[in-house]
Design a protein around this ligand. Structure first.
Ligand code: HEM
Length: 357
């Protein structure tokens, strides 16, 4: 554990404030509707403004009249799949990130055609597509042409994460539309693969409207899930082509990885100590030089991220999960398509509607 923390208390309080205001417990199928208070302001918008805004904002109550059971259906299906394979939670969480990182959270990752994002090299290890298809089929039976695939993926990632030991639900707002376009080249160019510099990760996050604390907090998603050995073989055998492993790796851990990762097709846990629990051990591992990806380990050595990673390592896991929920809420709003002209409601998540008629 780290000892002295120079991370200003005020920043932690601010993060906590953001977390508490943005995340709320989602108790499965019994959730409360809150009163919405409108503040009167001198600069009252005109009527056309209001109409534009009500179309363009995401809302917790978006499907209240059109598909009131949508959250219950998604939660029930995710629970069913999670019951069969707990590791699907990590798959869905990552799928959601990949979706949002390219063209925003518009379900572009789900489109299944030649040269779509799903066909990119970086998408090869992705899993969870069948879960989303299953949920979509069920929802189409109850509320045809109403709920977008982008909303389903966002809520499924939240529900799956909440089911993990130590995981927590956060509030999801709805109203995303599904995009029309998806290109493998964009995914391969944008989605981080684990050997980037902190500068390029910060640039990516900035382009998504996310900041340095979002980068460090969301990287904590690697407290669950796995990586293919192919993604780290360079790091453990031949870092940057020098014929040696990367420097900041604990010796015993390196030894373990070299034995475990003889074949690129093997898998290794992203969190070396508690891979099935959503907790802050991911950050504590970084302090012990036991981050799996070089991008994980760099969070602990780069001056822009180290103080945040150190503070998170010392934080109670249930406090961290509140911050994680708040950052996920931000991620889920990246470049969303809303309103009448921004996309469509796909009836099948893997194809755009126009291709079917
Ligand atoms: C910030 C930069 C990030 C980098 C460089 C990165 C990189 C990676 C890599 C290389 C893998 C393993 C891929 C493989 O199997 O070959 C992985 C897995 C994973 N990533 Fe990230 N990631 C990042 C951010 C995120 C974010 C923001 C989330 C979610 C909010 C996330 C969630 C996950 C999860 C859950 C897994 C495990 C997936 C599974 O078990 O199937 N990652 N990531």
């Amino acid at each position: 554990m780290s000892s002295s923390i120079s991370f200003p208390v005020s920043i932690i309080l601010l993060l906590l404030h953001l977390a508490i205001s943005a995340s709320a417990a989602y108790p499965g199928n019994s959730y409360k509707h809150e009163e919405v208070t409108l503040e009167v302001d001198d600069d009252l918008p005109t009527l056309p403004d209001i109409q534009w805004r009500s179309n363009d904002y995401l809302s917790r109550y978006y499907y209240r009249n059109t598909c009131p059971d949508v959250e219950k259906i998604i939660y029930g299906k995710v629970k069913e799949w999670y019951g069969k394979d707990k590791s699907i939670a990590a798959g869905l969480l990552r799928l959601h990130f990949h979706d949002c990182a390219v063209r925003g959270c518009d379900a572009s990752i789900l489109l299944n055609h030649e040269r779509s994002e799903r066909m990119a090299n970086v998408s090869k290890p992705l899993r969870g597509f069948e879960v989303i298809d299953d949920i979509k089929k069920e929802i189409e039976k109850k509320c045809p042409r109403t709920v977008s695939c982008a909303d389903i993926l966002t809520a499924a990632a939240r529900d799956a994460t909440g089911m993990v030991d130590g995981g927590r639900y956060w509030t999801v707002e709805y109203g995303r539309k599904d995009g029309f376009y998806s290109y493998d080249t964009e995914a391969d160019e944008l989605v981080p693969k684990g050997h980037e510099s902190i500068t390029s990760l910060l640039e990516l996050f900035q382009s998504m409207g996310l900041d340095v604390s979002d980068l460090v907090i969301l990287s904590g998603a690697h407290t669950i899930g796995r990586s293919s050995c192919g993604a780290i073989q360079d790091r453990i055998y031949n870092f940057n082509g020098y014929g040696k492993p990367d420097e900041p790796i604990d010796k015993k851990y390196l030894n373990y990885l070299q034995r475990k990762c003889r074949w690129a097709s093997e898998y290794v846990d992203l969190d070396a100590t508690t891979p099935n629990t959503f907790d802050t051990n991911y950050y504590q591992n970084l302090e012990k030089k036991m981050g799996l990806l070089s991008t994980d380990q760099l969070l602990y050595s780069d001056s822009r991220t180290k103080c945040i990673a150190t503070a998170l390592a010392d934080m109670k896991s249930h406090t961290y999960t509140q911050l994680f929920g708040a950052a996920m809420t931000k991620l889920g709003k990246v470049n969303v398509l809303t309103g009448k002209d921004g996309g469509e409601i796909r009836t099948d998540c893997s194809v755009v509607n126009s291709h079917k008629y």
